[in-house]
Design a protein. Structure first.
Length: 142
């Protein structure tokens, strides 16, 4: 879990939604250690129509990577496989979990400018093979 220390802090978040890419939505995200440092908590506050969310990041039971347990203000609960290697953060959901798997999702973000930014994008796929851009997402450390 030590490698995730780079996430800890407060971030301004900007999402350019496909419905109005010229006017990106602004939000706020914090990463903090749960007491004891065994879990990393991610809280995101976002304006409508984007849901606010809480995610808990834990080591994967396989010993490789992490699992992100995601909960949002719509009542959606999902489980993402997560990796963080070098400067690249990846999330992947291709299996049904607590919610129906109507589509697959993945996020890839890269730490840039000495860790001041994470620039990335969410993608979606109907089948886990053919991916299309859902929306770009940028985190800026505050």
């Amino acid at each position: 879990m030590d490698s995730l220390q780079r996430f800890v802090g407060t971030w301004a978040v900007e999402a350019a939604l496909p419905s109005d890419p010229a006017h990106p939505l602004q939000g706020r995200c914090t990463f903090e250690w749960m007491q004891g440092g065994q879990l990393l908590i991610q809280r995101t506050e976002a304006p409508a129509p984007v849901p606010s969310s809480l995610a808990i990041i834990a080591p994967a039971s396989t010993g490789k990577g992490y699992m992100q347990h995601y909960f949002d203000s719509r009542g959606v609960v999902r489980l993402y496989e997560m990796t963080f290697e070098d400067d690249t953060w990846r999330l992947l959901r291709t299996k049904q979990d607590f919610s129906a798997l109507d589509f697959c999702q993945r996020f890839t973000g890269t730490f840039e400018d000495g860790g001041r930014f994470i620039r990335g994008a969410w993608e979606k796929s109907p089948d886990g093979r053919d991916w299309t851009l859902d929306f770009p997402l940028t985190y800026r450390r505050t």
